[in-house]
Design a protein around this ligand. Sequence first.
Ligand SMILES: Nc1ncnc2c1ncn2[C@@H]1O[C@H](COP(=O)(O)OP(=O)(O)OP(=O)(O)O)[C@@H](O)[C@H]1O
Ligand SMILES: [Mg+2]
Length: 259
Amino acid sequence: MAHQSEELIIEALDVHKSFGDLEILKGISLQVRRGEVVVLIGASGSGKTTFIRCINLLEDIQSGRIRVNGQPMGYRERADGRLVRDSERNIARQRRDIGMVFQRFNLFAHMTALENIIEAPIHVLGVSREAALIQGRELLARVGLADKAAHYPSMLSGGQQQRVAIARALAMKPKAMLFDEPTSALDPETVGEVLQVMKELAEDGMTMVVVTHEMGFAREVADRVVVLDQGELIEQGPPEQIFSRPTHPRTQAFLSRVL
Ligand SMILES: Nc1ncnc2c1ncn2[C@@H]1O[C@H](COP(=O)(O)OP(=O)(O)OP(=O)(O)O)[C@@H](O)[C@H]1O
Ligand SMILES: [Mg+2]
C-alpha cells in the first residue's frame, strides 16, 4: 500500500524444495518490500503452503537463499562465503520476526483469548505480565474483540478465533506476517470480519504475504499478485493486470476456474 519502502523484508532466491524424489518448488524467487502486501495464488498442490513454510524455516530447503530483514534464514554466512546451518536458538529468534496465521487457528483451548495473546510475549520475549496484558488488550481491541478477553476459544466463532490468532501473532511484533488461507475454514458469514482485520493491518503498513482464494481481497488489498504453478512462479504483477490481462496461459486457465 502507500507505506511501501525500498527496504526488502523477505527475499527468496532460487528456492528449491523436494519431498523425497519429488521436487515441489523448482526455483522460486520472490522479494517483498517493507509494507508490501503480496497475495499468492495458484492451483491446489502448486506449492503455496510449502513456499511460505520455507520462508519461516518450517521446512528445510535443498538449495537457494532466504533472507528476512536482511538476515539469511537458518544459515550463517562464514567469512569465506560458505553457508553453515545456524543454531536452533538463532533460528528460533529469527522465526519470531515472522508472524504466521494458518487455516486452523491452533489457539490454546485451555486459555482465554487474552491469555493466548500474552503467553509468548511473557515466556519468549520476557515481557512483564503487566505490559503484556496492556498490549494484549490493545490488540484485542484492534481486531474488534475488546469484549472477548475472558472468552475461551470454544466460546468464540471461527472468525473470532482467527482474529485472536492474528492478535496473538501481532503480539510478537513481527516484521512480516504470513497467512495461509486464513479464511478457508470459516463459515461464510465470518470470512468478512477476518478479511477486514487483514485489510486494516495492510493499511497500517504491515508487510504481508497472503495465500488466499479470496480474489476480492486480492484485488482490493494486494500490491502484487504472484501466481504459482507446479512449483514455479509463472507470473506476477498488480492485481488489475493479473486479473484482467494475465499473460501466462496457465494463469488464464486457473483464473477461469476460480473467478
Ligand atoms: N510433508 C510433505 N511430504 C510430501 N509431500 C508433500 C508434503 N507437503 C506437501 N507435499 C506435496 O507438495 C505439493 C505442494 O503442496 P502444497 O501444500 O504446498 O500446495 P498448495 O499450493 O498449498 O495447495 P492447496 O491450495 O491445496 O493448499 C503437493 O503435491 C503436496 O502433495
Ligand atoms: Mg496450501
